[in-house]
Write a protein that binds this ligand. Structure first.
Ligand code: S3P
Length: 186
């Protein structure tokens, strides 16, 4: 098995911070990255994409991590990344991978958690074949649908707030902004 401590070089700078990040969770293709980028721009914050951080740190694509080392190793990278984010990152918008909040304990340590709730049919319309091919857990549509059904309630449970994200990116960003403002979180 890959030794995460040697493969995953992230230096811890501080500990015990109370995080005020905005964390986006949701199924594959729910728009976490697109919404995250727009929301970060609107708020003047930086956006961090967990999948890209892992890919850069281990110098492998997610597809290859799954193929060569297996899903369990990818989940360990995610877990390690969340520990690092909790100690080092403030004021960011964080886009998670679809399985991260399910497999990693205590994502709420990072800040307010927003669930982008999108119907499976809408996700299918949004994802191109190329985008689906990058996602090992979306190789089979029926299996992806079953996974979606299994996870939907968990996302609801984990999130601080859920947003109906079946609308345009601009509308979702507007809704997220209004919600965060109303709750005094921005
Ligand atoms: C996964 C979602 C992917 C990526 C990996 C596993 C999942 O991220 O982390 O392929 O378990 O749902 P996106 O949600 O950005 O597609």
């Amino acid at each position: 098995m890959v030794n995460i401590n040697t493969k995953f070089h992230l230096k811890k700078m501080d500990s015990g911070l109370c995080c005020n990040n905005i964390v986006l969770i949701g199924f594959m293709g729910s728009g976490k990255n697109s919404i995250g980028a727009l929301l970060a721009q609107k708020l003047g914050r930086i956006m961090l994409d967990c999948d890209s951080l892992i890919e850069h740190n281990v110098q492998m694509t997610i597809k290859d991590i799954f193929k060569i080392h297996g899903e369990h190793v990818f989940r360990e990278y995610e877990s390690k990344l969340v520990d690092w984010l909790a100690c080092n990152v403030q004021n960011a918008v964080i886009a998670t991978g679809g399985g991260l909040p399910i497999f990693t304990h205590g994502i709420n340590r990072l800040g307010v958690v927003l669930y982008l709730d999108v119907d499976f049919d809408v996700i299918l319309q949004r994802l191109t074949d190329e985008e689906r091919a990058k996602r090992p857990l979306f190789a089979d549509i029926d299996k992806a649908h079953a996974l979606y059904q299994k996870r939907a309630a968990l996302y609801q449970h984990i999130a601080t707030h859920s947003l109906d994200a079946n609308v345009s990116c601009e509308e979702i960003v507007h809704k997220a902004w209004c919600l965060l403002k109303e709750k005094g979180l921005i």
